[in-house]
Design a protein around this ligand. Structure first.
Ligand SMILES: Cc1ncc(C[n+]2csc(CCOP(=O)(O)OP(=O)(O)O)c2C)c(N)n1
Ligand SMILES: [Mg+2]
Length: 930
């Protein structure tokens, strides 16, 4: 009989024979002795290798066996490998206690007179995790403020958003902020200013570096930041004596966000040993347990190990070491593994007697193990994340680890120290108030010297400047290179190109090209520019070929930390896929979130490293703010600079693709971001003007803003730049082509044919229309201009509307000023000034939803008639799509005549006639459903 491979390597060897005969015990006993012998004679490393080899043999035949990515539920670093603690633990404990108190008092105080909210329990659980970092690991900038590329930029720490009160409380202790700031926590508009609720560089630009409070974004950004640091080094743009570490602190609940775990393999693939994550596993999120019926630490361990990270678990505090050492039965670890997080949460809330009864008493041996401990002592068996020695050991191992990123999974108690006021309770996340009894308990637990008569007022406590604690704290920060977080840098203006450098785009071309192709030309010009060429960071999520940017592969190379270990299949071709250690392109693969993270890392490099970098992130427009809008928002908060290029834009210009691809609303999304300048250019010269001015504003003048440009893939000849339009392009609107003088019927020079075409209801003398067009849809306006003149005796001027948002914000600014200064001569916005001189009706047409042009409607004399692509896209040709959405030339003509009819400048019958003439079906489907 043929024996199958699986049977040969059957699981029998690891399955003990039935124990009734006693053979099983003997078998496992001898295996154990062999193992001990191997350990003793060969040492742990060789034994581990042997076991791995044996395990692989077993797996080869039975892949379902030994498939585990978990280690036992104990600390990764055994006590005998724990380094001595280098600090003064007593002083550090006192410092931490004062910070705990102030962090708590700031929230409780703010909520005693207001309802501004805040969080106590997150920092309460994370205090040790931060304090060990501040006293021993986090390195500050070598020089404050930072200078370009030199010195040491400081470690980059992503603080968990809800732990902000603890970071402020430490800054208070360090003398960086004063009591007034703490008083005004979450009251930024109060007299004298206050502190922002969470890390927001936009609101506290010299303090916070990284926004984190939208869960998942901090972890994701930290990976791309660590990789960007490597990119800067590989390209020789920085010359650091030491490499900064990127530390990201996050919550265990936060790990459920797909952004948190979504890019783990990038970090391991890129060997980012400059990256350390600390997951505060307090087992709780906002509503309750993270994994009541399981164990979040074990779940995360498996995910991180599988993704190739170095995992360090910090589960048990030092007081457990002795119990684990004395337990020869292995039952303690077994029991630790049996209990689920819901149980552990309960142990933190209930007295020690409960833990004795429910945890230890399951096995008589365990009960015996804790016989010598009182209930109180059992309750005080701390978790690893609250034990500075364990945390220190983990951090030290992490900073010294080579070749992989490290994650520290630290087990803590949410609301640690709040006692009955919230420790471990399901409501603790929302806890913002403590009563006097709870305050007293907190004070007693952490030994804060505040007297009974003032405790109800929750005074902030800062020991005197000459106290041992203050001296120690300041000395530690001095040794570690200064305070943190800090966002201070010397701006380095770049020698940006002049508009003339883009002559090629300004002069236009008879050849038909798209604005995407024009952009590809522009980026080539920029890459060759002496002043900024090296600072450019082209970022592409697997769409370079779609946008005609694959030529860049050869020219500047794709960044890869490993270079190119293979001969690319297209190596013989001119535009081969060229990966290089100092490549300039960030080809991110299919991850818009990752690409935005790179955009943000590059776009903030001017501040993080004092090295201004200019990201140009080009992507499929539909997968921009619609897909990763929160990162767009964050780019504003973090004061990122650079250019976002939403290519293949336009609900009708991107034909064929249909509902999921055709974007007609990104410009609206982009308009919502306060620091974003959105543009919808129609012609190559407009792109040149916008980019040249953007470079000047951001990289010469230092403005902390970013640009969003829609790019399209429709080809047409590019006109040369008309005179005196730059200002209008930048402000959002300029006249592109004046309509013809229309001789009125009956006057000399009017051909009978013309009069006949216009029918019995010619336009009245002197009427005028204005059509605002954007992007390729400007051609609907231009063609409508012809039809209106030729067939309906209407003269229409065509305007290029490059940015409705900018027109609107300018108009709002003026209006607001006028409202607040009613007796002074009113200010006039650009749109009002421009249109004041014009007569007639105004129509807007674009490849976006109507709300985009509608942004300026209140300032258009007589109102604005808007056409747009509201509704879901369809797969079809451009012509049919434009008719469907009513943004083609014919629909524009009809809308213009209708606007004139409404003003009684033409008869309604003329509109009806045009509908017939132009073969538009008045009963056609309406694209927008509700
Ligand atoms: C994207 C996002 N969704 C929801 C929230 C609201 N929120 C703030 S904190 C929190 C719970 C956090 O739990 P965890 O990550 O475990 O942090 P912990 O406070 O327990 O350390 C939630 C749901 C948010 N800030 N961001
Ligand atoms: Mg949590």
């Amino acid at each position: 009989m043929k024996v199958k491979k699986k049977e040969v390597c059957s699981p029998q060897p690891v399955t003990p024979p039935p124990t009734g005969e006693g053979t099983g015990d003997k078998w496992s006993g001898s295996l154990q002795s062999m193992f001990e012998l191997a350990l003793e004679s060969q040492g742990p490393e060789r034994t581990a290798r042997l076991l791995e080899k044996l395990a692989n043999q077993l797996r080869a035949g039975s892949p379902e066996l030994l498939r585990t990515f978990n280690t036992p539920y104990i600390n990764t670093i055994p006590p005998d490998q724990q380094p001595p603690y280098p600090g003064d633990r007593d002083i550090e404990r006192r410092i931490k206690s004062y910070i705990r108190w102030n962090a708590m008092a700031m929230v409780v105080k703010a909520n005693s007179t207001t309802n501004v909210g805040g969080h106590i329990s997150t920092y309460a659980s994370a205090a040790t995790l931060y304090e060990v970092g501040f006293n021993h690991f986090f390195r500050g900038q070598s020089a404050q403020p930072l200078r370009a590329g030199a010195g040491f930029p400081g470690d980059l720490v992503y603080f968990q958003g809800h732990a902000a009160p603890g970071v402020y409380a430490r800054a208070f202790f360090e003398g960086r902020i004063d009591e007034r700031h703490l008083q005004n926590f979450r009251q930024e508009l109060a007299e004298g200013g206050g502190l922002s609720s969470y890390p927001h560089p936009y609101l506290m630009p010299e303090f916070w570096q990284f926004p984190t409070v939208s869960m998942g974004l901090g972890p994701l950004l930290s990976i791309y930041q660590a990789r960007f640091n490597r990119y800067l080094q590989a390209r020789g743009l920085v010359n650091w004596k030491e490499e900064p570490k990127v530390w990201a602190f996050l919550g265990d609940g936060e790990s459920d966000e797909p952004e948190t775990l979504g890019s783990l393999t990038l970090a391991s693939r890129e060997n980012l040993d400059n990256l350390i994550w600390v997951v505060n596993c307090n087992l709780q999120r906002l509503d309750g347990p993270v994994r009541g019926n399981g164990k979040i630490i074990q779940e995360l361990e498996a995910a991180f190990l599988g993704a190739g990270w170095n995992v360090i678990k910090v589960i048990w505090g030092g007081s457990w070491d002795e119990l684990l050492a004395r337990d020869k039965s292995g039952l303690l670890i077994k029991r630790m593994e049996e209990a689920v997080d819901g149980d552990y949460q309960k142990y933190s809330v209930e007295p020690g007697s409960y833990t004795r009864r429910h945890f230890f008493s399951k096995y008589p041996e365990l009960l015996e193990l804790v016989n010598h401990l009182t209930d109180e002592q059992i309750h005080k068996l701390v978790r690893g994340g609250h034990d500075p020695r364990k945390v220190y050991a983990a951090y030290k191992a992490a900073v010294e680890h080579k070749g992989q990123p490290t994650v520290i999974l630290a087990k803590t108690v949410k609301g640690y120290g709040l006692g009955e006021g919230g420790e471990g309770r399901n409501i603790t996340h929302q806890q913002k108030k403590l009563n006097e009894k709870e305050l007293r308990e907190f004070r007693a637990r952490f030994n804060i010297s505040i007297s009974d008569d003032v405790i109800a007022e929750m005074p902030f406590y800062r020991p005197p400047a000459d106290s041992a604690e203050t001296k120690y704290l300041l000395e530690r920060r001095k040794v570690l290179g200064g305070f943190l977080p800090a966002r201070k840098f010397i701006p380095k203006p770049l020698d940006v190109p002049k508009l003339d450098d883009f002559a090629e785009l300004l002069k236009g071309s008879d050849m038909e090209v798209s604005t995407t192709m024009a952009f590809a030309r522009l980026i080539k010009i920029l890459l060759r520019h002496k002043g900024i060429g090296r600072n450019l960071v082209p970022i592409i999520p697997d769409e370079a070929r779609t946008f005609g940017l694959d030529a860049l592969f050869k020219d500047i190379g794709i960044y890869s930390s490993k270079g190119q270990l293979y001969d690319p299949v297209d190596s013989q071709s001119l535009l081969y896929y060229n990966e290089k250690k100092d490549g300039q392109i960030l080809e991110e693969g299919i991850t818009e979130a990752g690409s935005m993270s790179s955009f943000i890392a590059a776009g903030t490099s001017y501040a993080t490293h004092a090295v201004p970098m200019i990201p140009f992130y080009i992507y499929y427009s539909m997968f921009g703010p619609q897909r990763v809008g929160d990162l767009f928002w964050l780019a504003g908060d973090i004061r990122a600079k650079g250019f976002l290029l939403g290519a293949t834009a336009g609900r009708t210009t991107l034909n064929g693709e249909g509902l999921q691809h055709q974007d007609g609303h990104s410009l609206l999304h982009a308009s919502t971001i306060p620091t974003c300048l959105p543009y919808d250019p129609a012609f190559a010269y407009e792109i040149a003007v916008i980019v040249a001015d953007g470079l000047r504003r951001m990289y010469a003048e230092g403005e902390e803003i970013f640009y969003y440009l829609s790019l399209y893939n429709e080809n047409y000849p590019m006109p040369p730049m008309p005179a005196d339009v730059e200002d209008g392009i930048l402000k959002g609107l300029y006249k592109f082509k004046t309509g013809p003088e229309i001789p009125q019927p009956g006057s000399a020079g009017v051909s009978p044919a013309h009069t006949k075409l216009a029918g019995k209801m010619p336009a009245l003398p002197g009427i005028k229309a204005h059509i605002f067009g954007s992007g390729p849809i400007i051609h609907s306006a231009l063609k409508a201009q012809e039809i209106l003149a030729e067939r309906y005796n209407v003269s229409a001027d065509v305007w290029s509307a490059t940015s409705y948002k900018l027109l609107r914000t300018d108009a709002i600014r003026c209006k607001r000023w006028n409202v607040l200064h009613p007796t002074q001569p009113p200010q006039k916005s650009h749109i009002e000034t421009l249109l004041a001189k014009e007569q007639g009706v105004f129509v807007a047409v674009s490849d976006n939803i109507r709300t985009v042009p509608d942004q300026i409607a209140p300032w258009v004399p007589g109102g604005l008639m808007t056409l747009g692509t509201d509704g879901f896209g369809r797969s079809d040709t451009r012509a049919r799509l434009r008719r469907f959405f009513e943004v083609d030339a014919e629909s524009t003509v009809i809308a213009t005549l209708y606007a004139l009819a409404q003003k009684k400048l033409v008869e309604p019958q003329l509109v009806e006639k045009a509908i017939k003439d132009l073969a538009v079906d008045p009963e056609k489907l309406q694209p927008q459903i509700v």
